[in-house]
Design a protein around this ligand. Structure first.
Ligand code: CA
Length: 226
């Protein structure tokens, strides 16, 4: 099992590296966020131990960069601040667990082992509707076997529609889930994004999957074959 530690404090970094190596893990240590992201993207880790307070690129940005590269390994956050906002923010960004500094090494080891057990159970996830396929882990979409290139936002929108297929999704919900913003009635960001997504995944194909429900929002539906 291979673990990446991202920690700028020399003592803590060395101590964690040594402790985890003694517990038979293969360990890489990054002393800043940039190196952490680079390693996380290029190597295969089973888990990342990530310090929140890093100079330059902080832990939030590191986590976002790791997730946007399609990496789904569990991430254990180390935070000096035991604050509710931190936890909420971290969980929204895809952190899997927290440890508040200072902590006992035995506690860290227990969390690491528990996350690794959970992580193992995760299967590569494939979402499908008719002949459209979305590979969650590899960030790939195909329709009728043809690879379709989507932007990060289009991909997030497609994933949301697929996960909640059959459910009419109001624009406000799409705005908060995909754009991380509150819905502003003046904006047509969502309409534009849906139009672009349709042009890529629906225009050249049958059946049409993305349906507009006037005055309500959008729904992904697979029409019954007559
Ligand atoms: Ca730090």
């Amino acid at each position: 099992m291979k673990i990446l530690i991202v920690e700028d404090e020399r003592k803590t970094g060395d101590y964690l590296t040594q402790g985890l190596a003694e517990a038979s893990f293969v360990v890489d240590l990054a002393r800043n966020g940039m190196d952490g992201v680079h390693l996380a993207r290029t190597e295969d880790y089973d888990l990342v131990v990530l310090d929140v307070m890093l100079p330059g690129m902080d832990g939030w940005e590191v986590l976002r960069a790791i997730r946007s590269a399609g990496k789904t390994m569990p991430v254990l956050f180390l935070t000096a601040r035991d604050q509710v906002e931190d936890r909420v923010k971290g969980l929204e960004l895809g952190a899997d667990d927290y440890l508040v500094k200072p902590f006992a090494f035995s506690e860290l080891l227990a969390r690491v082992r528990s996350l690794l057990r959970r992580g193992k159970a995760k299967e590569p996830e494939m979402l499908r509707a008719a002949d459209l396929e979305l590979d969650v882990l590899r960030r790939r979409v195909t329709r009728a076997g043809r690879r379709i290139d989507l932007t990060a936002k289009e991909f997030a929108l497609m994933e949301l529609l697929l996960r909640r297929r059959g459910e009419v999704l109001p624009r406000s919900l799409i705005a908060s889930q995909v754009w991380d913003m509150n819905f502003d009635s003046d904006t047509n960001v969502i309409e534009v994004a849906v139009r672009r997504l349709r042009a890529k995944v629906d225009d050249d194909f049958e059946p049409k999957l993305i349906v507009t429900v006037r005055g309500m929002g959008y729904v992904l539906e697979v029409p019954d074959q007559a």
